[in-house]
Every structure is written in C-alpha cells, then in structure tokens.
Design a protein around this ligand. Structure first.
Ligand code: FAD
Length: 293
C-alpha cells in the first residue's frame, strides 16, 4: 500500500450492503443474522472473468451479460472472488444442518468455555404441524389447534426444565453441583441457541441458498437462508438476478425428459414461440435455447 491510499476506501464496495453492515436482522424467536464484512462486488466477478476472457467491451450491459453467461455455463470461479462474513445466532438443530455446508470457515460459541444462555427455540403455533404423509423429512397438514397449544407448551416446559438442570449442574453456589460446563451442557436440548461467525465465497453461498431456500428445506433454516439471500441481493444484485433466473427459477432436464420434449416440440415451433412471447431472452440465449432442441 502506498501512502496515497492510506485512510481511503480503495476497493470495490456495495453501497447498499454498507448500510446494513453490523445490523442484526431478527430470525425466529431469539436468532439473528448480521453481515460482519465482505469482499468484492459484481465488478469483482467481471474483473476476474476478464482476466481469462480478455478486455473486450466494457459497458454495464456487457458486464451483466458476462455475469449471466458465467452463471448459465457454470463458470464458477469468478464468483469465488467475492466473500462474505456473517454472524449468526440460531438453534442448534438448525446449526447442525448449516455446518453440513463444508465450503465455509466457521468459529462457534464454546459451551465448554462459556455459560450457555437460557435461550431456546419455541415454534409459533401455526408452525406446529403433523408429520407429512408424502415427504418423510417434512411437515404436513396443521394439527388440531388444541394439540398445537399443548405441543408448544410441552416444548417450552421441557427446554426450560433442561436449562434449570443445566444451571443446577454447572452452578457453583449453594445447592449447585459445580460440574464443568463441558459436561453440564450435555443435557441441553437441540432447541438451545448457538452463535457462530461464518465466512463463505459467493459461489458456495449461492449453492447453499439453492439448497436451503428450497421448499424441501426445513422452515427454520429456510427463514435464515431468505435473510442471507436479501443481503446477497444488495451486495451483488446482478449475480443474484442471474442466480434467480438460471438456478432458483430455472430447471435442468434429464436425457429422457429431453427426448420427450424433443418429440413434443419442433425447433420451428420454438422459433415461432420466441417471436410471439417476449420473455426477455437475449439473442444469444435464444440461440442456446434452440440448440437444445
Ligand atoms: C433438503 C435437504 C435434506 C437433507 N437431508 C439430509 C439427511 O437426511 N442426512 C444427511 O446426512 N444430510 C442431509 N442433507 C445434507 C446434504 O446431504 C449436504 O450435506 C448438504 O446439503 C451440503 O451440501 P454440499 O455437500 O453440496 O455443500 P458443501 O459442503 O458446501 O460442498 C459444496 C460442494 O463442494 C464439493 N465438496 C465439498 N466437500 C467435498 C468433499 N469432501 N469431497 C468431494 N467434494 C466435495 C461438492 O461438489 C459439494 O457439492 C440434506 C440437505 C438438504 C438441502
């Protein structure tokens, strides 16, 4: 760094994300997500891609087309040039799903070192539903309202009792056991809250969002993923739009499915359709679409 750059922001910044830096967004009953820091913007994706594709033209619409091309063709490394660091607080059962995403760096609150605060997740009444009959991993129809209230009460009572026992075990005052925190915590429920810092690049974050914003993901992780997605929309709007169009709302087809589609649709009909229906495909996207048939 030269003297001239000291004390001056001399890197790509996202004005929208700057405004939300450090501000926690509330999720579930005691959780939050906040952006601690980030590196890169849409411009950094373009900059990295142009190292491999050469200078070319440089208008904003070219930048957008380039990002969309990269997303469409799974040229993923330019998206890795952007990184974000989040501070998250969530129930342990959500964190267990979260940490399955291995392509991130993580530092978690230590229940060995620090006292676990008596905070636990109690679902809203409307979120207490029956086991799904079709999806073995999911929730199904609502249960009887009286049963919902009883279930909510049980969840609250059991967690509160567990924290009471934890305090009895770990406390070292009168009538407390003075057991080490690392051992006393073993009786805490999965609904207890934990906190961690999480740093991930944009490519792997979008992969995470595709999986965890999906309707098959558990509601309690989906609501976190949706907040994270709102940050990404502010941070890298063009990349997020491309992700939205090609991953979230796009589909891929197997060979068998393509055979059926080819049998049903003639390329000529698609050409006609493209003339009639303006769905915002660029000329290049129209060519690529036709080539599939
Ligand atoms: C709806 C849903 C239900 C799920 N249910 C279950 C379940 O019942 N049981 C269960 O155990 N898990 C379950 N999972 C977790 C799932 O199997 C994945 O572990 C999780 O989604 C992380 O995905 P990932 O490995 O692609 O992500 P990341 O770990 O972030 O990895 C991203 C990509 O990097 C590559 N990669 C990372 N590490 C390696 C490696 N060591 N070797 C090779 N390639 C690597 C892979 O291409 C991978 O896709 C579920 C996930 C979802 C979304």
């Amino acid at each position: 760094m030269t003297d001239k750059t000291i004390g001056r922001v001399n890197r790509a910044t996202s004005p929208d994300l700057e405004l939300t830096l450090g501000v926690p967004v509330r999720v579930l009953d005691h959780g939050f997500v906040r952006v601690v820091d980030y590196m890169g913007t849409d411009d950094s994706i373009v900059q990295a891609a142009r190292v491999s594709y050469g200078e070319g033209t440089k208008t904003p619409s070219d930048d957008r087309s380039l990002i969309r091309y990269l997303m469409r063709h799974h040229h993923t490394t330019p998206f890795e040039m952007c990184e974000i660091k989040l501070h998250l607080k969530m129930p342990i059962f959500v964190a267990r799903q979260w940490v399955r995403h291995r392509t991130a760096s993580i530092n978690e609150y230590s229940g060995r070192y620090s006292v676990m605060p008596a905070e636990f997740y109690v679902p809203e009444i409307d979120d207490i539903q029956s086991q799904s009959a079709t999806n073995k991993q999911g929730r199904g129809a609502p249960i009887d309202p009286e049963a919902q209230h009883i279930a909510q009460g049980s969840i609250h009572t059991m967690a509160k009792a567990a924290f009471g026992t934890y305090e009895f075990l770990a406390g070292d005052g009168k009538n407390k056991m003075g057991v080490s925190r690392e051992l006393a915590r073993v009786i805490l429920p999965l609904s207890a809250y934990t906190e961690f810092y999480w740093k991930i690049d944009l490519h792997n974050l979008l992969h995470f969002l595709r999986l965890r914003m999906d309707s098959h993901a558990q509601m309690e992780i989906r609501v976190y993923a949706e907040v994270v997605a709102s940050f990404v929309r502010e941070w890298c709007p063009v990349a997020y739009e491309a992700f939205d169009h090609y991953r979230l709302n796009g589909e891929t087809f197997s060979q068998g499915e393509m055979d059926v589609l080819r049998a049903l649709v003639q390329a000529r009909e698609i050409e006609e359709g493209l003339k009639v229906l303006d769905v915002g495909l660029s000329a290049r996207e129209q060519q690529e679409f036709l080539a599939k048939f």
